[in-house]
Design a protein around this ligand. Structure first.
Ligand code: UFG
Length: 323
């Protein structure tokens, strides 16, 4: 298929583009490089520098690419930042995303695949979390993604746009070529590995009095190559709806740090800090629906294997991407 990928220069997008092309698809990447990196774009893809805020450019680019499917990664995605600057999240993730949605309808795109998040559930009442749980976000990031999910449902009902929305749990790891490089790094695993690499003195543990076994937050880490595979499966005709993507195992912040120590063979200094606003204590997926309906089979379910691929990439790219 001709696949139009927004955010294809970003962390998850770059690996998905690589896997799409490996699977025989033709890919156009549309990215404003605000978070992404030009050298993270697979050289086999066509690259368009553009911003989703530019409505006409989005529409023209989509038509010129003869897009049959759109995979929409481009978004702001930091829980903490969204608590400081909610407008940034609603403007980009909702308003700019709507430009893409309208362009997809006008260009008769057959399938729209959206990167949503488990942050749409807020603080869940039930664990592990399936897709039927109530969605009550506790940060503007999660709210902005939920608003887009709702728009998708209306566009499906009123314009017949077929969509798959993936609610990712915590994306981690790397492929051989592409890995995680945010200009301002706030994510746990890369920050912990920076200490192992000797680039930072210590890492932070945000909150040690959560109602969990060791007092730190629990997350479900999912390898980005496994995330990418789910997107490819979603392109098949008839696949529709909302799917959680996670491994179903939760690891605390302290357990992640220990896994990084084991994988790197280095000791990692961690400092206890206050809670970070907007963080739910525990998020663990029940991803049975994706396993059942998409025949999705994660290849890297173990945390240590996920961390090992991240460690390998960071060691080979200690400064990340050059641009
Ligand atoms: N954390 C630390 N120290 C750090 C960084 C993070 O203790 O230096 C903690 C956080 O407080 C949180 C956990 O580690 O409890 C994971 O934090 P991340 O920043 O790595 O990831 P988040 O869970 O906040 O968010 C990520 C993505 C979101 C996505 C979400 C789904 O950034 O886009 O996973 O859970 F929605």
């Amino acid at each position: 298929m001709n696949v139009f990928v927004t955010g294809g220069a970003g962390y998850i997008g770059s690996v998905c583009v690589e896997e799409l092309i490996n699977a025989g698809h033709t890919v156009t990447v549309f990215d404003n490089l605000s978070e992404g990196h030009r050298s993270a774009v697979d050289p086999r893809a066509r690259f368009l520098l553009g911003d989703l805020a530019d409505r006409e450019l989005v529409a023209r680019s989509l038509t010129e690419a003869r897009a049959e499917a759109v995979i929409h990664f481009a978004a702001h995605a930091l829980v903490g930042e969204s608590m400081q600057n909610p407008g940034k999240y609603f403007r980009n993730n909702v308003a700019n995303g709507l430009n893409l949605l309208d362009a997809a309808v006008a260009a008769h795109v057959r399938k729209f695949v959206f990167s949503s998040t488990c942050a749409t559930y807020g603080v869940p009442e039930q664990m592990p979390m399936d897709e039927t749980l109530p969605q009550r976000p506790v940060n503007p990031y999660g709210e902005s993604k939920l608003m887009f999910e709702r728009m998708l449902q209306w566009y499906q009902q009123l314009h017949g746009l077929e969509f798959v929305a993936f609610r990712y749990f915590n994306a981690a790891g790397a492929s051989k070529k592409f890995g995680e490089h945010h200009r301002v790094e706030t994510h746990l695993i890369p920050n912990v590995l920076k200490v192992a690499l000797g680039q930072k003195e210590q890492c932070d543990i945000f909150g040690t009095n959560y109602p969990t076994l060791d007092g730190t937050c629990i997350r479900d880490y999912i390898h980005i190559v496994d995330l990418a595979q789910a997107h490819i499966l979603a392109l098949a005709p008839g696949k529709q709806g909302f799917f959680n993507l996670g491994n179903g195992s939760g690891y605390s912040v302290r357990e992640v740090i220990q896994a990084c120590e084991r994988v790197s063979g280095r000791s990692i200094k961690a400092v206890e800090q206050p809670r970070r606003p907007g963080d739910p204590p525990r998020l663990v997926a029940a991803a049975d629906k994706a396993l059942r309906e998409l025949d999705w089979r994660p290849k890297f379910p173990k945390l240590e294997d996920i961390v090992a691929t991240a460690w390998d990439w960071h060691r080979r790219h200690p400064q990340g991407y050059r641009d």
